[in-house]
Design a binder for this molecule. Sequence first.
Ligand code: ADP
Length: 439
Amino acid sequence: MTRLARLSLRVRLALALVAVAVLAVALAALLGNLGLEPRLNDAAHARLSTSAEHTAQLTATVYADAGGWSKAAREELAHIAALDGLRMAVRLPDSRVVAIGPAPSGATAQAPVVVRGQRIGTVVISTESGALLTAPERHLRGSLDRLHLAAAGAAVLAALVIAALFAETFTRPLRRLRSTAERLERGELEARVELGNEPEMHALGRALNRLAETLEHEEELRKASVADLAHELRTPVNGLLARIEAAEDEVLPLPENLAAMHDEALRLARLLDDLARLGDAERPGLLLEKQSLDVAEVARAVADSFAPRFKEAGISFEVALESALVRGDPGRLEQIVANLVSNALRYTEADGRVTLTVRLAGNDALLEVADTGIGIAPEDLRHIFTRFWRGDPSRSRSTGGTGIGLAIVRELVRAHDGRIDVDSTPGRGSRFRVTLPGG
Ligand code: ADP
């Protein structure tokens, strides 16, 4: 992380605004100076040139009156130059210099000295100080610089104030999100963010609230499922205990009790089996022995083994299988089909119909198990793949399972990079559709 990225939003905002303010003022100062400086200099040059011409004319007059560079003439010229605030000298055509007072220095201007049509030399002048600009001009430039500095200071101050105000409104919703996230972390799963007006924060807040709802729901389910599991285990274990005690007390003779005890033990074994299989399916990086196989063949084997049970239940069982090749684990795929078919059998009344279909859809293999059974209420649909969740009808039915089957199915379908969808209408039936990528 760079040093800048570690700064708080507030500081970054302030820095950005200050940078913009300073840049704007610096630019204004630069452009102002670029525009002003050459104009001032041009005006000063023109002024010095005019002075040079004027001095050259005076010099010509003095020279003509004195008839040469006499001491008196030079003193008179020095006097005139001093009065004008100038330094001057005359350069003769043979490059000798006639000094008149202190020599000119710094910025100079020159003009020819012409006496009776003949150039007798060149006047060179400079200001007393050698500077091109006069004191008021220099003062003007300095005060402009000071004005720019003051403007920069004011802009920085304004940027800081705006940043402070903005940062406050900017970070308030973030602080709200953070405090809600911290409450959730502490286990207060009922915590929710108050949604603000800013669209981004609103969306973020809603996402966090949805996450909190899911967490709360999962937590409720977890609590309920632990209670459910205890209940599931207690029923067969209590049954077994009661029958063992009855046999010990010789209330019921053991041989008559044995079949019922066997049933209870089977129920217990089935529950433990389901739990073990779920644990297996939920293991990260579930080991699948994938090979190229035909889903129709897997479905055929499951259909054959279930056919007698459908017959016994008085439910018509229709099977329509088209060859559909995928890469998958035959044992796991069989588990998927068997779980769906077993549910269809358990949640369909006598005289109903269950259809098992396998077909190709584009590149994908589609496996469908449809029934004309009791169906699933719309509000229950999103829960059915949650482990231990069972619909009310399932709880009250003697055929009801452990609420683990569909959780296993979902994990196994995921492990095959597939998808499972369900359509259901209460009282009319359900249709589970597994889509597996072809291979
Ligand atoms: P269970 O062992 O209770 O059947 P599942 O995980 O297989 O557990 O299914 C979860 C719940 O989904 C069931 O309790 C039942 O309410 C509902 N369900 C599953 N399949 C069907 C179906 N074919 N028809 C109606 N309800 C179903």
